[in-house]
Design a protein around this ligand. Structure first.
Ligand code: SF4
Length: 255
């Protein structure tokens, strides 16, 4: 094959790939994502969902008991793979004993491990807690930083924990907390069809008013714990039912 013929073949191949990519992207757009279901994020529907959540959970807030942002940071680290109820039980003993960031930072690791053992993954959590506390003491003057960028430098702190601390500790809306309930419910409600928390957070930030970023997560988490549970959601008791087209609904007025 001559150089000219090879170039022409390559060009045709690239054009064909582009056509294919465009057509796949168009199909995905029409279908609303990988799941094949349609995203339903028009502003009036999103507003209706927010109104229903306000109606059902006007008082929704963080269920981790804390007196200040530092305790909230520690409790949020402890809450990984653990219930808030259990974390709150452990916290009753923990915070009187470790009353300052210094006490966590320079604790005896084996003792702290035993103190937080009921929350599970206690060795890793001890490393995160001591590492984060040390950095707070040594680099942030003993105070929890108030920016996403700084919080993400603390050991064991990813976006979810940082968003919890900023939102519920400081009242700063830097993003949307995406936990297991928010992942499940925002998909059931067709507000996203992603499963990666970072992408879900971006999807939600794009469709929610900023002043709803903090409370929306609390409301979804409350709804996920009380009504829209993982297995057999209680759709007959759900005030969002008329707006929901989830495939795994247990009751529907749509059919
Ligand atoms: S109708 Fe069912 S699946 Fe939909 S949000 Fe309500 S409880 Fe969840």
């Amino acid at each position: 094959m001559t150089g000219k013929a090879a170039t022409s073949k390559r060009t045709k191949g690239v054009k064909a790939n582009l056509r294919g990519a465009k057509s796949k992207a168009q199909k995905a757009k029409v279908a609303g994502g990988k799941s094949g279901a349609k995203l339903r994020t028009d502003p009036s529907r999103v507003a209706a969902i927010l109104a229903k959540l306000d109606e059902a959970y006007p008082e929704a807030s963080c269920e981790l008991i804390h007196e200040h942002p530092f305790q909230l940071l520690i409790s949020t680290i402890l809450s990984a793979q653990c219930t808030d109820v259990r974390v709150n039980e452990v916290a009753k003993m923990l915070y009187p004993k470790y009353s300052t960031p210094e006490k966590f930072a320079y604790a005896a690791p084996t003792e702290l491990e035993q103190d937080i053992r009921p929350t599970g993954f206690f060795r890793n959590k001890t490393k995160s807690i001591m590492g984060a506390s040390k950095k707070i003491v040594e680099e942030f003057g003993g105070r929890v930083p108030q920016t996403m960028e700084e919080l993400l430098t603390l050991p064991g702190v990813a976006r979810k924990t940082a968003n919890v601390v900023l939102g519920s500790g400081f009242g700063i809306a830097a993003g949307v907390v995406v936990d297991t309930h928010v992942i499940r419910l925002s998909n059931r409600l067709d507000l996203t069809h992603n499963t990666d928390p970072k992408k879900i957070e971006q999807d939600l930030m794009a469709i929610l008013p900023v002043d709803k970023w903090i409370v929306f997560s609390h409301q979804l988490i409350w709804h996920g714990r009380r009504v829209c549970v993982a297995r057999k959601p209680r759709c007959a008791e759900c005030n969002l039912e008329s707006l929901c087209r989830a495939k795994d609904k247990t009751y529907s007025t749509h059919y």
